[in-house]
Design a protein around this ligand. Structure first.
Ligand code: FEO
Length: 172
């Protein structure tokens, strides 16, 4: 059985992951409206991943005898200055999520909850990849500047991304 403070932190993080999904769906809509269908695809796939991240925590709470609860998901910013602005905000957001995950990992460690500590380690590692991906895209977009042919080449590259369920057949 998981203890209440840790269950609450995990529950709050379900909401944070769903907020990430809302944020990336909003960004995807913005990219679509700007005519960058490939970038919109990348962000849409990212949103689906975030939903999977949240739902996997929901399942862990159930598995550990807690009852997940749901709070309002904050509405994300709807408009952006540019595609580069979008990815700078993706990077800042992922850095924030890393801090949230690290807090949960510290709490699980301090409470001697090895099952949750082991569980959250996947997210700790995932954040390394999330930040690296966002950082790489910010660099590419800064380098591209207003060069439309470079921007469309990034768009084509990101259009190839496909959703892969990070937790196949582990959640109900
Ligand atoms: Fe679920 Fe982008 O972190």
């Amino acid at each position: 059985m998981i203890k209440d403070p840790l269950a609450k932190a995990l529950n709050d993080h379900v909401n944070a992951e769903y907020y990430s999904a809302y944020l990336y769906l909003t960004m995807s809509a913005y990219a679509n409206r700007c005519g960058y269908k490939g970038i919109a695809n990348w962000l849409f796939v990212q949103a689906r991943e975030e939903m999977a991240h949240g739902t996997h925590i929901y399942q862990h709470l159930l598995d550990r005898g807690a009852t997940p609860s749901f709070a309002d998901v904050k509405a994300p910013q709807a408009s952006y200055g540019s595609i580069k602005d979008v990815f700078e905000k993706v990077l800042a957001h992922e850095r924030h999520v890393t801090e949230l995950i690290n807090r949960i990992a510290s709490l699980a460690f301090n409470e001697n909850d090895h099952a949750t500590y082991n569980f959250i380690t996947w997210y700790v590692n995932e954040q390394v990849e999330e930040e690296a991906n966002a950082d790489e895209l910010v660099t590419k977009l800064r380098n591209a500047g207003d060069n439309q042919s470079l921007l469309y080449s990034i768009d084509a590259e990101l259009g190839a991304r496909q959703f892969v369920d990070p937790f196949p057949q582990t959640d109900a």
